[in-house]
Ligand binder design. Structure first.
Ligand code: PLP
Length: 400
């Protein structure tokens, strides 16, 4: 259970929640407990079904002190009763899908979600007898139209990767809950600093910890936060699916999470400076950043996000693949690489035709909405924590 102290600020929570000095050694930083097994009383049950909050540590796939600390910190940051962590963000998303959906159930899912999750739900879930409707969730009417009596889950990603298109989450939870469906939101781009899912009645808040929460590009992880009852169900699913995080990765992410609030402020300031510069440059056709008044959903972004985060996209006048080559060859500070949310700035080209063929199978109307945000392709820039002037100079030079 979360040891959230509601009267504390986010920065204090990020640093202290889930951690405390080791009572034996007095060490103030968390310990890494790499042990896979723990000496136990012979009376302890070895069934994953019988695990409760009081069960002592038995085996690391069931529970581990370092992983527990991370789970308590995530729950505190999300302001939920509980949270559980996984080996990756994709493992976290799959745990929500598999623990909620059975054959005969119906899933409504954003037509644009993280590519691996999209590809998996397009192919595997229908084979298992789960009906899937992919809709553009930025238009609430599409969700209303898609709801069926057997709709069990509405799965959103907001802001969606890679478009940075938002969904009005408060409107969705209201409609979905009235229809008896649960709501999951992948909030990786916003983090709990930018978007507190629990304040919007979201049932499952999913994070790829690999991104901002770790923040340093050196550990994969994922989390799901929600009610104690829902998370307990997910935890036993994790025991059976085995997508457990390494305690070492949990420890790295635990350390990264302590500076999340202060880092997000700097990511936001940097992204605002870079996006404003890009918007004025004649080589740039279009910039999408939720903190710019030019974002098509700026009003929603202001209402829903407490921090605009460090993710932006831009389109260039010259053809994207040509500019991508220039950037890869000439950038000296920004790395040409996938992933996001690290202290280092990262940029990569995401071609629209590629994405529409491999990850997203869109209707003509959905494709129109996709292209309204992405044109023929976008550069997705994750603005890191370097001096914004250096990032601007690096882009200015490399854009050619
Ligand atoms: C990266 C990412 C994921 C997947 O996380 P992994 O840790 O790479 O498995 C899921 N959703 C979003 C929005 C992401 O950016």
């Amino acid at each position: 259970m979360a040891d959230r102290q509601v009267d504390r600020g986010l920065s204090t929570t990020a640093i202290h929640a889930g951690e405390s000095p080791n009572p034996l050694t007095g060490a103030t930083a968390p310990d890494i407990v790499m042990s896979t097994t723990f000496t136990v009383d012979p009376e302890v049950s070895f069934s994953a079904e019988n695990i409760t909050d009081e069960t002592p540590y038995v085996y690391t796939r069931w529970g581990n002190p370092t992983i527990d600390q991370l789970e308590r910190k995530i729950a505190a940051l999300e302001a939920t009763e509980d949270a559980t962590v996984f080996a990756s963000g994709v493992a976290a998303a799959n745990a929500v899908l598999f623990s909620t959906l059975n054959a005969g159930d119906h899933l409504i899912m954003s037509d644009v979600t993280y590519a691996a999750v999209s590809e998996f739900t397009n192919e595997k879930l229908p084979q298992l007898g789960i009906e899937v409707s992919r809709v553009d969730t930025s238009d609430i009417q599409n969700i209303v139209d898609a709801l069926r009596p057997n709709t069990k889950l509405v799965y959103l990603e907001s802001p969606a990767n890679p478009l940075i298109r938002l969904t009005d989450v408060a409107a969705v939870t209201k409609i979905a809950h009235q229809a008896g469906a649960l709501v999951a939101v992948d909030s990786t781009f916003a983090t709990p600093i930018g978007f507190r899912g629990s304040s919007f009645d979201v049932d499952f808040v999913i994070q790829s910890l690999t991104k901002y929460i770790c923040g340093h590009g050196d550990a994969l992880g994922g989390s799901v936060a929600g009610s104690h009852a829902d998370i307990t169900r997910l935890r036993s699913a994790a025991i059976h699916n085995g997508g457990v995080i390494s305690p070492f990765n949990a420890w790295l992410i635990l350390r990264g999470a302590t500076t999340l609030p202060v880092r997000l402020k700097a990511h936001e300031a940097g992204a605002l400076a870079v996006s404003q510069w890009l918007e004025k440059d004649s080589r740039i056709k279009r910039v999408i950043y939720p903190g710019l008044p030019s974002h098509p959903q700026y009003e929603l972004a202001k209402r829903q996000l407490d921090n605009f985060s460090g993710m932006l996209t831009f389109q260039t006048v010259d053809p994207g693949p040509k500019v991508a080559r220039r950037l890869a060859d000439n950038l000296q500070v920004i790395h040409y690489a996938v992933s996001l949310g690290h202290q280092r700035s990262l940029v990569c080209w995401i071609g629209t035709d590629d994405m529409l063929q491999s990850s997203f199978h869109l209707t003509p109307k959905q494709e129109e909405s996709y292209r309204a945000y992405a044109g023929d392709g976008i550069f997705r820039l994750s603005v890191g924590l370097e001096d914004p002037e250096d990032l601007i100079a690096d882009l200015d030079n490399a854009l050619g």
